[in-house]
Design a protein around this ligand. Structure first.
Ligand code: FE
Ligand code: FE
Length: 283
């Protein structure tokens, strides 16, 4: 596949794998704090770029570019197929396709007996990674998300890399609240741009609010894992983040399970997708 310039990660999933390692079940607080040791040089370089280039102005510009959903109509299935073209240097015998990753997440949710909209959220949650195929650099597609327009939390991984972000020199962006109101609600807060915001915008008309939160904030680790930025959240956000946390367990820990038996489970997913989405939607 043609790599966008500045692509430190060998595969986009190297970021997901790093996050999963960081939060490996049973890790002590001390082990967790040593996350830098788990980051290989490409992951570190990825975060260096992400923290340096995700400025407030960049986020506003990318939202204007993508959130109007003007890139044409496609079905969920067509987009899943398209996303599968992301990695072509993988080993077909061992590496999972992007769709298989999605199905591992959604199947784990389904096995635990969660509602259909929850399973659906699992199945679509990473489709926003097609941003990479639109030519966006890795640092604008994946990475733990964080608010722009206010002070950076120390709970964000590699906080030292924010020194290279021009926003770090701006007084109005570096107070605790920055441009936002206390408990003004996350819907008013701009997070660093990536696959979460894009899939949220694409699907928001069709899925329940709990699923919208799962999709929009699944990479917002500083908040859902570490409790940062509560001063920006309102009571409703707090409630909805229970669902985001529930979702995160499946996002993190369903990898490495058995390969989903696609042919067997496909009819279930065809029905599920058709229940919530029209044939084609705007992307
Ligand atoms: Fe994701
Ligand atoms: Fe994921």
């Amino acid at each position: 596949m043609k790599q966008a310039p500045d692509a430190p990660l060998k595969q986009l999933d190297d970021w997901d794998d790093f996050v999963a390692t960081r939060y490996r079940q049973g890790k002590s607080e001390e082990e967790f704090r040593n996350y830098q040791a788990d980051a290989n040089p490409t992951v570190t370089e990825f975060y260096r770029q992400n923290h340096a280039y995700q400025t407030f102005d960049f986020v506003i510009q990318k939202k204007a570019e993508y959130c109007g959903l003007t890139r044409g109509k496609k079905s969920i299935w067509e987009m899943a197929e398209f996303l599968n073209t992301l990695v072509d240097d993988s080993d077909p015998d061992t590496d999972l396709t992007q769709t298989e990753h999605l199905l591992q997440t959604s199947e784990a949710i389904r096995k635990d007996g969660h509602p259909r909209w929850f399973v659906l959220a699992g199945f679509v949650h990473d489709l926003g990674k097609v941003l990479c195929l639109y030519g966006e650099p890795q640092w604008a597609v994946v990475g733990d998300t964080f608010p722009v327009g206010c002070a950076y939390s120390d709970e964000i991984v590699f906080p030292e890399f924010f020194a290279a972000n021009p926003d770090s020199k701006s007084a109005k962006y570096q107070s605790e609240l920055g441009i936002y109101g206390r408990h003004g609600g996350l819907d008013n807060v701009h997070l660093s741009f990536g696959h979460d915001e894009y899939i949220f915008q694409v699907t928001r008309k069709y899925v329940p609010e709990e699923a919208q939160y799962m999709l929009r904030y699944h990479s917002f680790y500083p908040a859902h894992r570490h409790g940062a930025y509560r001063h920006l959240m309102n009571a409703h956000d707090e409630q909805m983040f229970e669902w985001v946390r529930k979702f995160n367990e499946y996002d993190l820990y369903s990898k490495g399970r058995e390969r989903p038996k696609q042919r067997e489970i496909l009819p279930y997913y065809q029905e599920l997708v058709a229940e919530f989405f029209p044939e084609q939607i705007d992307w």
